[in-house]
Design a protein around this ligand. Sequence first.
Ligand SMILES: *Cc1c(COP(=O)(O)O)cnc(C)c1O
Length: 434
Amino acid sequence: MRYFSTRGAGPVSLDEALRCGIASDGGLYLPEQLPTFRLADFDAAESIPEVANVLLSPYFEASVLEDEIEGILAETFSFPIPVTAIEAGDRRVSLLELYHGPTAAFKDVGAGFLAACLSRLEKNAALPLTVLVATSGDTGGAVAAAFDRRPGMRVVVLFPEGRVSARQEHQLCCWSDNVLSLKVKGSFDDCQAMVKAALADAKLAGDYRFSSANSINIGRLLPQSTYYADASLRHFRRTGVKPGFIIPTGNLGNAFACIMAREMGLPIGPIILATNANRTIADYLQTQRWLPRASLQTLASAMDVGDPSNMERLRKLIGDADVLRDQLGVVSVSDDEIKAAMCQDFREFGFATCPHTATATHAWRQLDPALAEKNDWILVATAHPAKFETVVEPLIGERVPLPPELADILSRPTRSVSIDPSLDSLAAALPGIG
Ligand SMILES: *Cc1c(COP(=O)(O)O)cnc(C)c1O
């Protein structure tokens, strides 16, 4: 499989696309052509790693990793990703639980895959590779956890000071010497701009052999298609109905993977993006004008993105707003609606949801009745509520028990460095990395 930049550069191999993250012309890598599948192709695939093997093998064609795919997938999918039915009166709805990984959020899947691939690619490198990652909360923890202690690999995490939860911050700052955690005095968009500037700086990038682990890296997206494939196949085999998905959306990486899976022929019905008050995507589909802007701070902080980078991929793969609006729904959810949804989820479903997941449950409750009735819905749960206990617990009036993975992480000591939002301060902080 060959990969091209959304802006035309290429082709490159999977190996190079994984290593570079962003393309030389500033664009994002996409496979030259998506493979397509028939349901029967998955007949022998029962576990998630087996589904992943069928789905992702074509992407590894001509990669030096082609013979290692089984090991990579076993490492990536080392935790369960169940779909559970929710009791909600007479309405059929289920929850895709993406929060059973090491840092209790869906980003563990993409980060684990990228780490499994890169550490194999870098086995014999003379100089370590430095993975840069800007995070609005969850990405950085997942990437740090996935690369922690991997030989030949270093990680630099940039996150906006004061805009992530205390537990998230702990998960960003509790790793070993090969992870440098930088608190940036600015927004997530500043962090993202600093990473882009560093990658574009020839001298720095050469000295440190930079790579990026944001959802601009194709390696983050590919494995995410697997859980949509697996969940939709199971549902379709059981019921004969293609399930719709409602997906909490920020930088558009998770939803993009679902759209990819549908393009590849998986039995997926309607796809609805649930965003928080950051309306860039919702406004684009409504007005057909793409107007990226500064991000607003919301309760669903990992979705506080004003300039979702994966829109560039989506427009290349599917088309502009006039085409996209026929294929996607978008619901923008305010903080008040998120709070109300979390309360209602706890009352009606009997379990707590995180503020991100609550954008999806809200979007589901306010679906047009005809659309709601016509489909079976799978709501995507992107993080465990215990990660956001300061928001969740006062609303539901109860403690959310910590899952064991989180308890383990929160018992570790932390360290971090505070820096200004500029490339110079980033460059000055870099030598501190082990
Ligand atoms: C990152 C994140 C999202 C948004 O995912 P994107 O791929 O950026 O759209 C939603 N929920 C949680 C918990 C996240 O960490």
